[in-house]
Design a protein around this ligand. Structure first.
Ligand SMILES: [Zn+2]
Length: 226
């Protein structure tokens, strides 16, 4: 669901995930519960009407009782938040023309809670970005780059421990979603995209600083860095 964040919330005897982002104005808000309707059939459902404390518009969230916890799960929001693609800077488009589309395909899947597809998509987007970065920014031969595994590409073409860690986490978590059984079940899915967003910023800066400083700079010396 498009950038809609939730928090666990208790209302009377019910526990459910309350939106902390309004689907109308997209502002983070502790929405007010206006009405709770419980529907009992073979399963338990809740329909809750909220009012945004920022734009004061109402919206509806439908829930179903979870099979594994006491907290009702979100089935849908009305009005449904409109998906908007992530826009990338020109530097990223120049490094990897295919990356923005791959990222947004995965992002769309995540927004529609198709997490297996999204994880594999983010992993592929990462691999394409690193390999295009090696070819187009580091001028490595395409024939050499395309033969490398993602793990080897991460080891060889990236600068800095933080960048390495971010790429490794996306690779490992992305791989995890291709397996029959998830290993890292306690890791919140949103961290894959958070790591990727951090990684994109680092790649952009690495590309900018490694190609041509915008102004003449002194020769780099660690002892002078203070
Ligand atoms: Zn609002």
């Amino acid at each position: 669901m498009q950038n809609i964040q939730f928090e666990n919330y208790t209302y009377g005897t019910k526990k459910f995930k309350r939106p902390i982002t309004c689907p109308h104005c997209k502002i983070s808000t502790a929405s007010t519960v206006i009405e709770v309707n419980e529907i009992k059939s073979t399963e338990k459902y809740l329909n809750i009407i909220y009012e945004c404390t920022s734009c004061h518009k109402e919206y509806y969230v439908c829930y179903m009782e979870s099979a594994v916890s006491l907290i009702f799960d979100v089935l849908g929001i009305f009005p449904h938040p409109i998906f908007s693609e992530r826009i990338f800077p020109e530097t990223i488009h120049n490094i990897s023309p295919n990356f923005p589309s791959l990222y947004n395909q995965a992002y769309f899947a995540e927004e529609h809670q198709k997490f297996d597809i999204a994880a594999m998509g983010y992993r592929k987007a990462l691999e394409v970005l690193i390999k295009d970065f090696a070819i187009n920014s580091l001028n490595k031969p395409q024939s050499e780059v395309l033969k490398k595994t993602l793990a080897n590409s991460i080891s060889e073409y990236l600068d800095g421990f933080d960048t390495f860690v971010a790429a490794e986490c996306i690779r490992i978590l992305g791989n995890d979603y291709t397996h029959y059984e998830l290993r890292y079940t306690d890791v919140d899915f949103s961290y894959i995209r958070k790591y990727l967003d951090f990684f994109i910023t680092r790649i952009e800066m690495q590309a900018i600083t490694s190609s041509h400083p915008l102004v003449p700079v002194r020769e780099y010396s660690q002892s002078e860095s203070e």
